[in-house]
Design a protein. Structure first.
Length: 194
């Protein structure tokens, strides 16, 4: 019996030493976090846009389709803090990005985008402006309008039919990127219907 009791007593100092080291490590890590402000390096999340609606309206002939995303609820975001990523890979194997917002280009009395607003690998699938007998309004993406994407406001752009032919069933994905945090605040997946 005595041999068993002495073995149990010998284990207690080892366990207590391990527990003391664990407590010391946890306390050191906690103190270091507060003293060295390690937590401040974590970036803030982007704005929370709780709800949006989206639609794509196909135009006859060469005019492509008009994409509209409307802010329904959530945080307001200034247009200069947004980039729009358009993925039309399903429809025409193309992607585009609308940058440097809000745009200030105009032509023929209509508001639109300039080359500095369109990032693409070739001919952009995004129209720079309106065509004859075809109306769309960039909304918050242009300096002529309110430049804050907030509840009740919208953004709009046109996918050119000459560079991206849209057919029923094609899917277009639109991501709104908050540039200060590099986070996607809205993703709209839009299905083309005729």
């Amino acid at each position: 019996m005595r041999g068993l009791c002495s073995a149990r007593r010998g284990v207690a100092p080892v366990i207590s030493t391990i527990l003391m080291v664990a407590v010391a490590v946890i306390l050191s890590a906690t103190i270091a976090t507060f003293v060295l402000d390690v937590g401040e390096d974590v970036s803030d999340p982007g704005p929370n846009i709780g709800e949006t609606t989206g639609k794509i309206e196909v135009q006859d002939g060469y005019q492509g389709g008009i994409v509209r995303v409307t802010h329904v609820a959530g945080d307001s975001v200034p247009a200069e803090e947004l980039e729009i990523v358009v993925d039309a890979t399903d429809a025409c194997s193309e992607q585009a990005r609308i940058i440097n917002l809000p745009a200030s280009a105009s032509g023929f009395g209509n508001n639109g985008f300039s080359d500095s607003n369109l990032e693409t690998s070739g001919d952009s699938i995004i129209s720079k402006g309106q065509t004859f007998n075809q109306k769309w309004d960039p909304g918050v993406l242009h300096t002529a309008n309110a430049n804050t994407f907030e509840a009740g406001e919208y953004l709009e752009f046109r996918i050119r039919g000459t560079t991206c032919s849209l057919s029923s069933g094609d899917e277009i994905s639109v991501d709104l990127v908050h540039t200060p945090t590099n986070s996607i605040v809205v993703t709209q997946k839009l299905r083309v219907t005729n």
